[in-house]
Each structure stands twice: as structure tokens, then as C-alpha cells.
Design a protein around this ligand. Structure first.
Ligand code: TIU
Length: 232
């Protein structure tokens, strides 16, 4: 395909219909690609999940990161987790689940879902670059109690390419928050993943249903081919 030498609208073949993206006003939002969710011994495993189900999203996220960086797009990483003293964790979140392990308890990758612990870090395959903002969020949504709105406003961002984990929890919550704030969201179907394949499918369907009630869905190959045309 022909490279684009100046800012031009990209037309992405997406569901439920093609999406026009202005790359200068689009950010890549990578949600919670943390060891705590993707590796054994963290929060995901503590909840009784098979964390290997999430690892399929790593390679598509790497490809997205690569083209977004080359295109000069804003890349933002998020991490779910809490202060070591747990003062930002609602009691209802701390006591949720059957136990015996809970948020803040010591696990194989350090204290579970605690900022600064090894398990809280983003997986090495997707290590943020020094100039890429990393947002620590105490909730499932990327906007809740973070300065994400400010970062996006300062860069004039109108559209978000969303990837990460898990499809129906933090990705979905963040997309719903973004949609209500007026952002157009494109969720990358194979760069998001869930511990529950049926929830993954349903969550993607819920985004595109009703004429794209929450946004659009496209796969990483389709999207990367378009983004790779941008001459940064
Ligand atoms: N449990 C689950 O599916 N997800 C979370 O707790 N957090 C995120 O999705 N990041």
C-alpha cells in the first residue's frame, strides 16, 4: 500500500461499519498488560483463572505498539493496582472473593495488585518507553481516579485504539467510560483477551451491536496494515 506523507484520514475496515481515524488525534490505550493478570501467581490466578488464556493478546499488542510508535501516535499504558497501605482500595474490593488470598497479600510475584511489586509491572514484551505515560488506576475503568482525560485533552485526542485485558472487565469498563466522554473507540479483537472465551466474544459483540453502541471492533492485522501507511 502507498505510504501517507501527510496527515490523512485512515479508513479502517471495522465492525459494524468502516471507521475514519485521524492518526494525529488517535491514541493507543493498552489496558493492564501486567504480570498480575498474565503470569501465574498474581491477581488473575488468585481469582481462580487460567492466566495462559490471556497470553494470546501479547503478540498482537506488540504489533500494535510497533506501528503506533513508528506512526508517532500517543501511546498510553494503564496498570490496575493499589498503594502499599491499601488506602485507595475500597473495602468492598478488598474483601471480595472467597479467599484465602486477597489484594495486598504476599504471593509469588510480591504483594498482589500492589504498586511497585513485581507482579504489578507490565509484561516485559510490552515494556513502556520512557516517554509513554503509564497510568496507575485503582479501579477497572481507565478514567476513574486518573488523569487520563487531561492527557487526552492536552493532545487533542478524539479516538482511542483500545487493547489489553480483560475484554469484559477493564477493557469494557474503560471503553464505556470513554464512549460517554465522547471518544470514538476501536477495540482490537485479537489484542484483547479474557479468562472466559464466551465473555470475550459477548463483550466484543456488545461493543458493535445496535450500530456500534460503544464503538468499533477490528483485528490487529487489518489495523496494523493501515497504521503502517503513516509516514511519521
Ligand atoms: N478479573 C478480571 O477479569 N479483570 C480484572 O480484575 N482486571 C482487569 O480486567 N484489568
Amino acid at each position: 500500500m502507498t505510504p501517507l506523507s501527510r496527515p490523512t484520514l485512515l479508513e479502517i475496515a471495522a465492525q459494524p461499519y468502516p471507521l475514519a481515524l485521524d492518526p494525529a488525534r488517535t491514541a493507543l490505550l493498552l489496558i493492564d498488560m501486567q504480570r498480575d493478570f498474565l503470569e501465574p501467581g498474581g491477581f488473575g490466578a488468585m481469582l481462580g483463572n487460567d492466566v495462559s488464556l490471556l497470553r494470546s493478546a501479547i503478540a498482537p499488542c506488540q504489533r500494535l505498539l510497533d506501528v503506533a510508535r513508528k506512526a508517532g501516535m500517543l501511546v498510553i499504558h494503564t496498570r490496575e493496582g493499589h498503594r502499599p497501605d491499601l488506602s485507595d482500595a475500597p473495602p468492598a474490593k478488598l474483601t471480595r472473593g472467597p479467599g484465602p488470598m486477597r489484594i495486598g497479600d504476599a504471593g509469588p510475584m510480591g504483594r498482589i495488585l500492589i504498586r511497585g511489586e513485581p507482579g504489578h509491572a507490565i509484561v516485559p514484551e510490552l515494556m513502556p518507553l520512557p516517554d509513554e505515560p503509564v497510568l496507575d488506576k485503582p479501579g477497572k475503568g481507565a478514567f476513574y481516579q486518573t488523569d487520563l482525560s487531561l492527557l487526552l485533552a492536552n493532545r487533542g485526542i478524539a479516538s482511542l485504539i483500545v487493547a489489553g485485558v480483560t475484554t469484559e472487565v477493564c477493557v469494557h469498563t474503560s471503553v464505556r467510560e470513554a464512549n460517554d466522554r465522547g471518544f470514538e473507540c476501536l477495540v482490537v479483537s485479537d489484542a484483547v483477551a479474557s479468562y472466559f472465551p464466551q465473555f470475550h466474544r459477548a463483550a466484543l459483540d456488545m461493543i458493535t451491536a445496535q450500530g456500534g453502541i460503544f464503538g468499533w471492533v477490528a483485528d490487529a492485522t487489518t489495523l496494523c496494515a493501515e497504521l503502517a501507511r503513516i509516514d511519521a
